[in-house]
Design a protein around this ligand. Structure first.
Ligand SMILES: [Zn+2]
Length: 224
């Protein structure tokens, strides 16, 4: 993964600065044939290239809309693929048109004309790696990675088709995506320390609060 950071500080969403506790990830794609990150991320940092139209999302309301996501995946000026983090991961983004905004980290994959398998495979790999990174960082269950279309079926997002109008054209789906993230996580090994096991959730939450108070900020609850 080629992870960069350029916060969209002029976007109303960034300025709202609402904090969430991430529970999952929602995968989007832009719905427009423009694979260049500079369309959405700016100003130019020397790698993005200049957006001469100045219509990137580092403005109050991009294209007149209240929208913002945590990251974009697409092309740099030199044609290589990169991820740009555009909001702090625990900010509430405006991406789903539903309650997933309160719970899900979100990113957009810049679409091309949807036919180029080389581009698709590169951005798919980048997206898998981003999700592995985020699942690690926030203790997220890869089963809680959904695309916008699945979010709609779950009743937590508006009625959009991304990304399942695109992935199947290249032999992929959200099921392969989640499986690839799981595989990636399985390759990594951690020495984890368990501090309790409870039948009742409330007791687990109490213990988690105590552990966090003691300074272990990355502590989490797992139900199995
Ligand atoms: Zn979407």
């Amino acid at each position: 993964m080629n992870l960069n950071r350029l916060y969209l500080t002029k976007n109303e969403c960034y300025r709202a600065g609402q904090i969430i506790t991430p529970k999952g990830i929602m995968v989007h794609s832009t719905g427009a044939n423009n694979p260049h990150l500079k369309r959405y991320v700016g100003p130019d940092d020397g790698k993005l290239g200049e957006n001469v139209y100045r219509n990137h999302w580092n403005q109050a309301r991009p294209d007149g809309r209240q929208v913002c996501v945590h990251a974009f995946i697409g092309r740099l000026a030199d044609g290589s693929i990169a991820t740009y983090q555009t909001l702090p991961w625990n900010y509430r983004a405006w991406h789903s048109g539903g309650t997933a905004n309160n719970t899900h980290i979100s990113f957009e994959i810049c679409e091309d004309d949807l036919t180029d398998s080389v581009y698709f495979n590169a951005v798919y790999k980048e997206a898998v790696e981003l999700c592995i990174y985020l699942c690690d960082k926030f203790g997220l269950d890869p089963e809680n990675i959904v695309d916008h279309s699945e979010g709609c079926k779950l009743g937590v997002a508006s009625n959009h088709k991304d990304v399942m109008h695109w992935f199947p054209r290249h032999g992929k789906s959200m099921d392969t995506f989640r499986a690839d993230v799981l595989d990636g996580l399985g390759l990594r090994r951690f020495y984890r320390v368990q501090v309790g096991a409870f039948r009742e959730k409330v007791n687990a939450e109490k213990m988690l609060a105590e552990v966090k108070m003691a300074g272990f900020k990355d502590a989490f609850i797992k139900f199995e």
